[in-house]
Design a protein around this ligand. Structure first.
Ligand code: ATP
Ligand code: MG
Length: 427
């Protein structure tokens, strides 16, 4: 059909177009046949519209299975239906892609399917507006994050995902045969990020990372997207300020988007500052609800659940014990047992980890040894600390986890198009 590239989208139709000839493309969601005429409900990426079919177009429409894609041409006219302003009186109707029934799931959502079944048919699942709105929102979130960081002089970069040695040590790496050597999939861009502040000063990366943790939780995947940024001459408090601004702008922009309204109010709005609670204070709070921890104990899932009940929204946990943090995190001058570090939480859920980094070559080297890592394996990284490394801080924000908060789900698989976990490798 001619002019399909100049198609009109469902959301663009309005009363000022009455009498105009338009070309529409989309999929057939429903057809109400009431004798001589029928009302087809057609959906595209922007919404649904009503198309009036009669005579020949009605007989063609009656043969088209639901969810098939079609192109129609016709005139815009006022509609008599109560909740529809304008409709298309169809003059031409072309079936483009036939949907073969029975379909594996019902993308209108009228018949519910398990998440597993939906993920097996993800492409079709995305025809459900509640599902597609998650990914439209994700795109908006990314756009907002990029705008904020670029406005603060951060440069977007890409670091390799195929690496030759273990980033932070750790047994959580996927390894594979790389031209007769062992290659690994990056678990984070941490070391590259730090090296890059040497010449670029402020950088950010949005990319996939890989962890070979056999987790069976609603918040861990083997492949996830992280928003990482790192800046020379900023303290960890400054990074927390940027995180706070990112979260508040994301919430503002996302709440204004119309497709967002289909979500339950999944998050607590933040008015101004996000509370900042020290690790030590958390121990106090936990102790008052009967969870007695010693300084240096990690916060287990059970402890985080309890903390989440006390602080159900966003909050920072800062100044973690040094021994709980990776080798590259800097210690406090007054007390080396405490590090210059923070996590952003939403209730029980960790969203961000960040901190000030060690920039002194000798100390960094000895911290590797203290943590049982072999400095020789880090020589490519360590050498950059002898080339005039500035002081620096940064963080990593789990994008898919942030989407869990924004969409009000407890399962990260809902927020990732094709999630990868211990069970799922396809599609
Ligand atoms: P957790 O303790 O929840 O396993 P972590 O402390 O191991 O997370 P970091 O190494 O601090 O994670 O990574 C930074 C951020 O990346 C986390 O705060 C989280 O938002 C996200 N993230 C980490 N691991 C995963 C994962 N397996 N799946 C999804 N997101 C993840
Ligand atoms: Mg962390």
């Amino acid at each position: 059909m001619e002019n399909i590239n100049k198609r009109t989208f469902a959301a663009e139709l309005n009363s000022s177009m009455v009498g105009k000839q338009v070309t529409i493309a989309g999929w057939l969601e429903d057809l109400r046949d009431i004798g001589k005429i029928g009302f087809a409900s057609i959906r595209d990426m922007t919404g649904t519209l009503q198309a009036l079919v009669s005579d020949e177009t009605l007989s063609i429409a009656k043969e088209i299975p639901r969810q098939s894609t079609l192109i129609i041409q016709g005139k815009v006219q006022n509609s008599r239906a109560k909740n529809v302003k304008v409709e298309i009186k169809v003059t031409k109707l072309l079936l483009v892609g036939k949907a073969l029934h029975p379909l594996p799931i019902d993308p209108t959502g009228r018949v519910e399917s398990s998440l597993d079944k939906r993920l097996d048919s993800r492409a079709l699942d995305l025809r459900n507006p509640c599902v597609s709105s998650i990914f439209k929102t994700k795109s908006k979130v990314l756009q907002t994050i990029r705008n904020v960081l670029v406005s603060k002089k951060f440069i977007e970069v890409h670091t390799p995902k195929i690496i030759g040695s273990a980033t932070e040590g750790g047994a959580n790496l996927f390894s594979f045969d790389y031209f007769k050597r062992t290659g690994y999939l990056a678990q984070s861009p941490q070391l590259f990020k730090e090296q890059l502040v040497l010449g670029l000063e402020r950088i950010f990366e949005i990319g996939p990372y890989f962890r070979a943790e056999p987790s069976h939780t609603g918040r861990h995947l083997s492949e996830f997207v992280s928003v990482d940024f790192e800046a020379a001459y900023l303290e960890y408090y400054d990074i927390m300020d940027i995180v706070e601004e990112l979260i508040s702008k994301v919430i503002k922009n996302v709440s204004e988007a119309t497709h967002y309204q289909s979500f339950a109010n999944g998050y607590n709005r933040i008015d101004g500052k996000i509370p900042r609670i020290s690790y030590q204070q958390c121990l106090g709070e936990l102790s008052s609800v009967g969870d007695k921890l010693e300084f240096g104990d990690d916060l287990s899932d059970a402890s985080l659940k309890k903390l989440g009940e006390i602080y159900p929204g966003f909050y920072f946990i800062l100044d973690w014990p040094t021994k709980l943090k990776p080798f590259y995190i800097l210690e406090q001058e007054q007390n080396p047992e405490i590090s210059k570090s923070f996590d952003l939480q939403y209730g029980y859920l960790e969203l961000v980890s960040g901190g000030r980094r060690e920039h002194n070559f000798d100390i960094l080297r000895s911290k590797l040894v203290t943590q049982g890592l072999n400095p020789d394996l880090f020589s490519d990284h360590l050498k950059t600390f002898e080339w005039g490394m500035p002081i620096h801080s940064g963080c990593g924000l789990g994008l898919d986890r942030l989407m869990m908060v924004l969409t009000g789900t407890n399962n990260i698989r809902e927020t990732v198009l094709y999630p990868r976990d211990t069970e799922r490798l396809n599609p």
